[in-house]
Design a protein around this ligand. Structure first.
Ligand SMILES: NC(=O)c1ccc[n+]([C@@H]2O[C@H](COP(=O)([O-])OP(=O)(O)OC[C@H]3O[C@@H](n4cnc5c(N)ncnc54)[C@H](O)[C@@H]3O)[C@@H](O)[C@H]2O)c1
Length: 257
């Protein structure tokens, strides 16, 4: 299959986890991928993996919580291939904190990455997409966008805002041939699962409650590749009539209570 032949795809936070799995899948199907990340070393390592896959990959050191850095990313991408067909707003961070212990600076940092970063990337990429006559955006949200997981009000609130950004831009950018959708992963086995030095997927409570008692009906965490497959579907022509949707990729977690 080569669903992305001749297309340029930007993936934020594309050097690790779900982003890296997405980058590899898109590249294996013909895309020229642009990885936007903060860490040069991880970017170089990702490019080395892509060398065996093909395409014309590029890493641009970018902190998406910085509006100027996002403009630089878009400029470098346009200089690289002259177009932007796909944008995957994937970058995010997660940590636990009690609501009453949270600080304004930390709260702002989460919103600057998850909400404002996606806003700046969407706005700048959409200008190029409009010129080209269309494009596709996929926002990587979380089931936390509609659930109140304890000790992560910052992240849950930001993902909820990202879901609204998905719906609102889907409606407003439709006349320009731009589709916008999202995925909402549940528990996925990535670096983000390591909270406070502990991999929560390895803990007894996770194994007992989510797996043993089938709070996750499929009784296991997901893999990055299983999320990447849905992201690639939404970014492909096969999803040509899907607009403003946020697809859970959570083994059924969000249907239980
Ligand atoms: N792993 C899970 O269980 C899970 C569940 C639900 C949603 N998600 C979402 O999936 C996406 C990918 O996360 P992941 O699980 O692959 O974890 P990850 O930590 O491997 O990926 C996040 C990436 O974003 C990058 N990043 C963070 N802030 C950035 C910034 N300001 N500028 C540029 N890059 C930045 C990180 O360096 C990292 O490479 C995130 O949006 C996350 O919220 C993950």
């Amino acid at each position: 299959m080569s669903r992305f032949e001749g297309k340029t795809a930007i993936v934020t936070g594309g050097a690790t986890g779900i982003g890296l799995a997405t980058v590899k899948l898109l590249a294996s199907e013909g895309a020229d991928v642009v990885i936007a990340g903060r860490d040069e070393g991880r970017g170089t390592a990702a490019l080395a993996e892509l060398a065996a896959i093909g395409g014309k990959p590029l890493f641009v050191r970018t902190d998406i919580s910085d509006e100027d850095a996002v403009r630089h990313l878009i400029g470098r991408t346009m200089a690289h291939t002259g177009r932007i067909d796909v944008l995957i707003n994937n970058a995010a961070m997660f940590y636990e904190s009690d609501f009453l212990q949270e600080t304004t600076d930390r709260w702002r940092a989460v919103f600057d990455t998850i909400v404002n970063g996606a806003y700046w990337c969407t706005r700048e990429a959409a200008v190029a997409m409009k010129e080209q006559g269309g494009g596709v955006i996929v926002n990587v949200s979380s089931i936390n966008g509609v659930r109140a997981l304890n000790r992560s009000s910052h992240y849950n609130s930001a993902k909820g805002a990202l879901d609204q950004l998905t719906r609102c831009t889907a409606a407003e950018l439709s006349p320009h041939g731009i589709r916008v959708n999202g995925v909402a992963p549940g528990f996925i086995d990535t670096g983000l699962s390591v909270v406070g030095g502990e991999n929560e997927l390895e803990t007894e409570w996770f194994k007992r409650y989510y797996v043993g008692e089938r709070k996750i009906p499929l009784a296991r965490p997901g893999q990055s590749e299983e999320v990447a497959a849905v992201i690639a579907f939404l970014a492909s022509e096969a999803a040509s009539y899907v607009q403003g949707a946020i697809v859970p990729v959570d083994g059924g977690l969000s249907i239980t209570f």
